[in-house]
Design a protein around this ligand. Structure first.
Ligand code: PLP
Length: 414
């Protein structure tokens, strides 16, 4: 039974206060768009949540568009931004390390909607190359509908130079995916100056399936979902008062604790990193030379396949994640690490530990106690067939043996 959970970037613990408030509001009868007293009461909860969320994130209440999570918020910014500017601005530019919610949305615009899509290079630390951005803008600024650069990368934790991007962008709309950054580093929408910003509840202690897009009032966004015209006509769908309250409460608590948690998690992460590097030969801590989220530690462990390390860790009671996507049972190397210059084998050896609110010293001790042995076994298992896929036991899968069914397609690292 797993006892140490170090996958908080995938999803984190729902806060007790949030679960309580959410349960209370789930039982509240009334559609916030109805005119009767039930509806008006639900609307009050929703609008108070909107005001609270806006106040905590440096936004105006009218700039909050509630969505069903980070993926929808990213799609609305990228796809909606492109469609609003269609005809005049046919190009979309994104950093090469965006989450799939931005990456795949942009490439879908390219393949299905005729957009010109450019991926902007990053350096070895996974940080946007500002020279590449400047060169891109010099030739394509006037053609660009949306420029998307995330606030912090979900795999490495590397913080991106979003303020510099805004300064360079001129009149181009800038979208930032702040899903991983929220609650871990200070965040102020007005001060950053981006056009749109995506956030997600389940990364900060609210339930899965609620998020928001902060969108400046001059943001040009065409709706992606069509229907009842809720949320300024940009995001149709019955308004989720319970989800909005849960999101606003989780964000309030996360923002209140942000500075102390940043310091606490940073110390724990640094201890984990130092201990691992001292104990295991040839391991690299990725993006350690960049400003990083305090709770992120992405390791590449040469001579291993990440799956083998993860299964070994799981058997030892530690939950972590890989830096790879898994398509139909075959591990795919992370596009983030490839963009950082890794070869495929190195990219497939990436293991991510992400710390969160419930992480303790004991969790770090446990990883430090078990990881060296897990890596040693994974390396031994990998020797006969470097790069082979592995079974759940961490052993190389015999040639010709099909990958187990049911693993399905996991669309990238959460
Ligand atoms: C950087 C980033 N963007 C977007 C998302 C998608 O958010 P959601 O799970 O709320 O759809 C995630 C989730 O893993 C993420 O890490």
């Amino acid at each position: 039974m797993t006892a140490t959970y170090l996958d908080h970037a995938a999803t984190t613990v729902v806060r007790d206060e949030v679960a309580h408030a959410y349960a209370e509001d789930l039982r509240r009868l009334g559609n916030p768009s109805s005119v009767h007293s039930f509806g008006r009461e639900a609307r009050r909860v929703l609008e108070e949540s909107r005001e609270q969320l806006a106040a905590d994130l440096g936004a105006h209440p009218t700039e909050v568009i509630f969505t069903a999570g980070g993926t929808e918020a990213d799609n609305l910014a990228v796809v909606g931004g492109f469609h609003a500017a269609r005809g005049t601005r046919p190009a979309v530019a994104i950093s090469a390390v965006e989450h799939h919610a931005v990456l795949d949305a942009a490439h879908w615009l390219g393949s299905a909607q005729g957009a010109e899509v450019t991926e902007l290079a990053v350096d070895r630390e996974g940080v946007l190359d500002l020279d590449a951005l400047t060169a891109y803008l010099a030739s394509a600024a006037e053609r660009t509908a949306v420029l998307a650069v995330m606030w912090a990368n979900n795999e490495t934790g590397a913080l991106q130079p979003v303020r510099e991007v805004v300064a360079a962008a001129g009149g181009v709309a800038v979208h930032t995916d702040a899903v991983q950054a929220l609650g871990h580093v200070p965040l102020d929408f007005a001060e950053i100056g981006v056009t749109t910003l995506a956030l997600s509840g389940h990364k900060v202690g609210a339930p899965v399936g609620v998020g928001a897009l902060l969108a400046r009032r001059d943001a040009a966004l065409a709706p992606v979902l069509h229907g009842g015209g809720q949320e300024r006509g940009i995001r149709s769908g019955t308004l989720d008062a319970a989800g909005a309250r849960a999101l606003a409460l989780a964000v309030r608590l996360a923002v209140a604790e942000q500075a102390s948690e940043q310091a606490r998690l940073g110390e724990l992460r640094d201890r984990l990193q130092a201990g691992v590097l001292a104990a295991i030969p040839e391991v690299s801590a990725r993006s350690a030379g960049a400003d990083r989220l305090p709770g992120h530690l992405l390791l590449t462990i040469p001579g291993t396949d990440a799956d083998a390390v993860l299964f070994g860790l799981d058997a030892a009671g530690v939950a972590a994640s890989s830096g790879s996507a898994c398509t139909a049972g075959v591990t795919q190397p992370s596009h983030v690490l490839l963009a950082m210059g890794d070869d495929v084998r190195t990219a497939r050896s990436a293991v991510r530990f992400t710390l969160g609110r419930t992480t303790t010293e004991a969790d770090i001790d446990r990883v430090l106690a078990v990881l060296p042995g897990v890596v040693e076994r994974a390396r031994a298992a990998n020797l006969p067939r470097q790069g082979a896929s592995v079974t759940r036991s961490g052993q190389p899968r015999p040639a010709g043996e099909p990958a187990p069914s049911g693993r399905g397609r996991v669309a990238g690292v959460r």
